[in-house]
Design a protein around this ligand. Structure first.
Ligand code: ZN
Ligand code: FE
Length: 256
């Protein structure tokens, strides 16, 4: 099997666009549609044509370019069944347990409500990559606009079940600000201290901190660490269950 190619580019203020390309079939998908001109330029630069849009959720910086790109390219739009009425131009509705193919590459779909009620993520196990939209960020997680902490924690647990070396492609470059919060709740986490220095160095050079890996997130992302005693102590939730620790962590971040 040839490799699955992921072309990443920054767009809007702090979004990432992703083109996913299968050289064997020549098929290309964009993960979400944050910025039509940036996506069109990336397609031109790579000499790829667009076959699919894989939407993660309905927000404008994720599905706002759907109709224009569909008009331009005739691509097929795949998106969350649970939010079909809010995904412009949706052709194929998917949810938990479904999969979508890009050539021979299979992307498993998971429902991950929390940030929005219909958020989904795409996991290609054979390529070792996951596109998580605004559910999980490097050192962070999405704000709970339309879901409860219990829903979001259950969503994050689905991602936690992927292999540790999975490359996590999230939709925003929020890492530096996330690191400041993470350090405030786990100030003695050695892995986090080391990582935050590396993040500052990368950003000083204008380099992306995305993709990340699930293993690195498990060691440093406070939203995935409700069982950390250090975290529990800092936020005054020792011995509480994961949902309650997660909920408190999210609440603190909202007011950080
Ligand atoms: Zn969003
Ligand atoms: Fe977003």
């Amino acid at each position: 099997m040839t490799t699955l190619q992921v072309h990443q580019f920054p767009c809007l203020d702090d979004n990432y666009g992703y083109l996913v390309h299968d050289p064997a079939s020549g098929l290309t998908a964009t993960i979400d549609t944050p910025d039509v001109s940036a996506i069109s330029n990336a397609l031109k630069e790579k000499h790829w044509s667009l076959d699919f849009i894989f939407n993660t959720h309905h927000h404008d910086d994720h599905a706002g370019g759907n109709l224009e790109l569909k008009e331009k390219t005739g691509c097929t739009i795949v998106g969350p069944r649970a939010d079909a009425d809010r995904i412009p131009g949706i052709d194929q509705q998917v949810g938990e347990g479904d999969s979508v193919m890009l050539g021979d590459w299979k992307f498993n779909v998971h429902d991950t409500p929390g940030h929005t009620r219909g958020h989904i993520v795409y996991h290609c196990a054979n390529a070792g990559v996951g596109f998580v939209g605004d559910t999980l960020f490097a050192l962070g997680c999405g704000r709970l606009f339309e879901g409860t902490p219990q829903q979001m924690w259950t969503s994050l647990e689905k991602i936690l079940a992927w292999p540790d070396d999975t490359l996590i492609y999230c939709a925003h470059e929020y890492t530096q600000a996330n690191a400041r919060f993470a350090l405030s709740v786990e100030p003695e986490n050695e892995d986090l201290l080391i990582r935050s220095k590396a993040i500052d160095a990368a950003r000083a050079k204008g380099l992306p901190t995305v993709p990340t890996t699930l293993s690195l997130e498990k060691k440093t992302n406070p939203f995935l660490r409700p069982t950390s005693l250090h975290l529990q102590q800092t936020i005054d939730r020792v011995g509480e269950n994961s949902v309650d620790v997660f909920a408190r962590t999210r609440e603190l971040k909202d007011h950080f």
